[in-house]
Structure formats: C-alpha cells, structure tokens
Design a protein around this ligand. Sequence first.
Ligand SMILES: [Zn+2]
Length: 415
Amino acid sequence: MILRARVVLPVTRPPIDDGAVLISGNRIRTVCGWRDLTVRADEQVIELGDTILLPGFVNAHCHLDYTDLAGEIPATKLFTDWIKSITTAKAGKIYADFAQSWLRGAHMLLRTGTTTVADIEAVPELLPEVWLAMPLRVFSFLEMTGVKNRREPRFVLDDAVRKIESLPVSRGGAGLSPHAPYSTTPELLRLSAATAREKGWRLVTHVAESDLELEMFLHARGEMFDWLQRNERNMSDCGLGSPVQHLERHGYLADNLLAVHVNSLAPGDAALLGRRGVSVAHCPRSHVFFQHRRFPREELAGAGVNLCLGTDSLASVTKVRGRPMELNLFTEMQSFAAAHPGVPPETIVRMATLNGARALGMQGRIGELSENAMADLIAVPFTADCADVFEATVHHVGDVAASMIDGEWVRPPAT
Ligand SMILES: [Zn+2]
C-alpha cells in the first residue's frame, strides 16, 4: 500500500513535498518523494490530497480511567486539596464507570491523532479487556501507592508484577508506576527499581509536581508534610533534599524512568536527571489548571533531558468555552506554544512524537516515519493559509483526516 500526501513529515528528516510512504503489513518500507517511487501495477495507492502525513502522536502521560471526571473537580488553591477531592470522587465510582471512562478517553485520543499512549492504571482489573476493545497502542503502567504500614511494599509490588505477567502480548506493553515520592515509601521505590531492571520494564512516576512536594522533601514542613503526617506516613525521609535527590538516594533515577511533571526543582536536579538519562513528560493544560510555577523547560533541555508531552487526565483540565473537554495532543501542543513562544513548532512536534517514543524505549519503531518503523501514521488537513508545515500541525483544530495503527486504518481517509 502506498500513501501519497501533499507533505510527508518523517520528523527524523526534513519534510518531503508531494511525498509517499510505502507500507507492507504493519511496517513502513520506504519514505520518499512521489516521483522517486516506482509504483508496481498491482500496488494500491491511496491519495490523501491536501494533508500532512506524519507519525501518530505518542501521548506520554494519561489517566484514561479518569476521563469522566471531566469538570467534576474544581481547581483548588492547594494541590493537596485537589488530591483529597479526586480521592473522594473516585471512591464513588464502580468498575463499570472506570471502564466506560477508559474507553471514552481512548476514543478521544484516536480521533485527535494519538496512536500510542502511556497510561497510568489505577484500576488494573480493566486489563486486558480494555486493550482488546481498542486499536490504540497502549503502554499501561500499574499505579502503586502506600504510605501507611498497613500493607508491606513487597506485597503491593507482587500484585502488580503478577498482573503484568498475566497480560497477553499486545501492540503496547506494561510497566510499573509507583505513584509519587510523597505517596510511596522508599522501600517501594527501591524494590520497583530493582524489579524493573531485572525484567527490562519501564517506570513512570509523578515527580516534583508541586512546590508543596519540594517543600516537604527539602524542609520537612508545609501543607503536604502536615497532611501526610496526619495520615500516618513515616516522614523520616523528609528534610534530606529535593524529591529528585530523594529518588537518586534510593537508586531510582535511570534511563528506564519517565518522570511526570517535574515542575519544582532544586539547584542541580536538572543536571542529575540529564546524567541519569531520565525522560520527562510535561502536561501543558494540567500545568495551567494547577497554576504551578513556570515549567523549567530551558533548564531541563539544557541538561539534555528528553522532554515529551502528555495530556494528563480530564480531571485536571479547565473547560474552555466553545471547545469540547477532550484528551487531545493538538490542544496540549497549542497550550505549550502559548506558554513557551520561543520554542520552534518543529521542537514541539518532536516532543509529541519522537521524544515520547524514546521515553517508552520505542525509538525507531514509533514516533517517526522511517524504514522498518511500525505503520502508525496520521494525516492532518493542510490548508493554504499556513506556510510552515510544523506550525500547521501544532495549530490544527479538530479531528485528524485519517489515522493508521499497526498498518490498519483506525480512521480511514474519506474517499
Ligand atoms: Zn498523572
């Protein structure tokens, strides 16, 4: 099968005007100019017309099972109040609610160009049924928490390991997600890091999302410190350094870690993350919702940290009038562009494709159009009023014109 489009955007190479992508099975065989291609008589050619053909987006952070909490949880002044609200909201839900939420969120992502998602699973019982119901390439990270001594960390981890090992082979995969330094114990972090190393799995953890978390670990004080202490968390790991230094102390920082948010850094943290090869997922709209301090993009990029983009969940997105509340990486790219006007659109597109692939250990296989990569592609309408193809991609509004995952159309082009 050959796909022909006005512009092909491989991401790893410059854009190709009147480009073509040759696909066989679930793989890309050739990416070149239409004129450079010899078309066999029996080859199917699909004309995508005035579109940009590019790799499907890799959404580096999501909680699909919270999709239906959209608009239910108000933005609060304190991050800890939001955590309390979402915990209460979740307690009122049953299995079927989470399943419906997950699937609704996955549909939103498919419509809007995501072909791979790194999803946090708070309800692991949904797996693998929800995987099988959706063509999306899903990497599921099983959430683990536990600050009280009610349940030993090794039992919490054992449950997650058993679940992952029971899952069938899929288009994506699974890994571990100790929730955050403040909501776990050092032992859970150490054991998870050792298990992930041994089994070749990846880790996703929320790190230094708020200033309250930085204050808790740096100075053993503040609202988060007080709240967790009241909730019987052993606070002896506080007052010893920043959340990033806390993770380093427990052998947690490595190139299999995708750290989410990373807003509140102490001096030296960015360099340490860079040295350890950690990737960082930034979620622009969630960042705006919580009114966190400015995302330290320059510092992290300067330290060589691989930066990618995620949607987070709809529980932390502000409704914009006239726009649907949906999981959508175009909207995230636009929110990021507005907050960081100096960053070229090309860099933003790489964050949403190539960098996400690298964070999942999938470099060369997804997030780019190149020989032997998986055939995960999207077509975005390309109108005459925007000369720059990266700019047009970032600022696209609406659904994609077509989307393919693993060599199969999940949104076929209009004929
Ligand atoms: Zn999250």
